[in-house]
Design a binder for this molecule. Structure first.
Ligand code: PEP
Ligand code: MG
Length: 315
């Protein structure tokens, strides 16, 4: 307990010339949230509620969910917690709620589509988050796999009146959401970029297929252009944009994201210590230069090399 208090008082992470940056954590439950707090994370940027749902043998009820969300908020207090609405299907099926086989599960019933087809479950989850919000905790809701503004409207319409100020954000992780990011940003309270899926869908490369892993390029010019466009759209609408995909968990890509102007990065808890250590050696004054090198790089290898060079302190 004593150790934890000392650690959580750790100063906000900074780049070498003292520029602070927001480092959040991705978690799957309370135990990880406690660890995140001990690593000095500035909040939970992604609570993957699939992992909570997988621990039960049937859909958890309102009280069960609220207890878990509250506990995660308490572990992180007063820092904010972003609870992502259930994103099951595709690579994360729920054993007790099998859905019909699909030829293309990644293009099928997952994310918000799964929930809109099961509105009772969606309502229960939103009500559980809303309850914890009304109790005064720093909790936000986030919608996965958005492709249309109507999906944001649908979720907001289920937020109880007493919790109407509950921040509702979206994951931008589909090509459609990149193309209409300006319109989505008008309706969302914040954006978090899900690079794991965004890379998969933009480059049409299955994120889990080792036979095509060489094509899965986070530094591909199309990915960097998409991220830059999302940042611009979010900032034009006056909202924050973070990244909770794996790109935020590795020093070179995390630095690239900061260079492209994202407001926060959310990393896996195990990645946090190394990430902090690497970024502490990198000067913020070089970020603008990196951004232009990234945007003009001929290909993914060249772009990654520019980021790597900065991490290692080369000019
Ligand atoms: C992502 O797609 O980048 C993301 C963070 O969500 P998940 O990996 O759970 O699909
Ligand atoms: Mg995703």
């Amino acid at each position: 307990e004593e150790k934890r208090r000392t650690w959580s008082k750790m100063a906000a992470p900074e780049l070498a010339d003292g520029k602070p940056y927001a480092l959040m954590a991705n978690v799957g439950g309370v135990a990880e949230a406690e660890q995140a707090a001990s690593f000095g994370a500035a909040g939970i940027g992604l609570f993957r509620t699939e992992f909570l749902f997988m621990r039960f043998s049937d859909f958890p009820g309102l009280d069960q969910q609220a207890d878990e969300y509250r506990a995660v908020c308490r572990a992180m207090a007063p820092a904010p917690v972003i609870v992502r609405l259930l994103d099951c299907g595709a690579d994360k099926p729920l054993p007790y709620a099998p859905h019909p086989p699909e030829d293309n599960p990644f293009l099928g019933e997952r994310g918000i589509r799964y929930l809109l087809a099961r509105e009772t479950q969606l309502k229960i989850q939103i009500q559980a988050i809303a309850r914890v919000f009304e109790e005064g905790h720093q909790i936000k809701a986030m919608i996965p796999m958005v492709i249309s503004a109507s999906e944001i409207d649908a979720v907001r319409s289920l937020v109880p009146a007493g919790a109407s100020a509950l921040p509702v954000g979206i994951m931008v992780e589909t090509p459609a959401s990149v193309m209409i990011v300006d319109r989505l940003a008008e309706k969302a309270d914040f954006i978090s970029i899900g690079t794991n899926d965004l890379v998969q869908y933009l480059l049409t490369v299955d994120r889990g297929n080792p036979r095509v892993s060489a094509y899965y390029q986070e530094f591909h010019p199309a990915v960097l252009a998409a991220i830059s466009r999302i940042v611009e759209g979010a900032h034009k609408a006056g909202i924050h944009v973070g990244v909770c995909g794996d790109m935020a968990s590795h020093p070179d890509s995390a630095l690239a994201l900061l260079a492209l102007g994202v407001d926060e990065i959310s990393a896996g808890i195990n990645a946090i210590p190394e990430l902090k250590a690497c970024l502490a050696g990198t000067r913020a004054s070089t970020l603008d230069e990196l951004a232009s090198r990234l945007m003009t790089a001929a290909d993914a290898d060249e772009a990654r090399m520019h980021a790597k060079k900065l991490i290692s302190g080369d000019p």
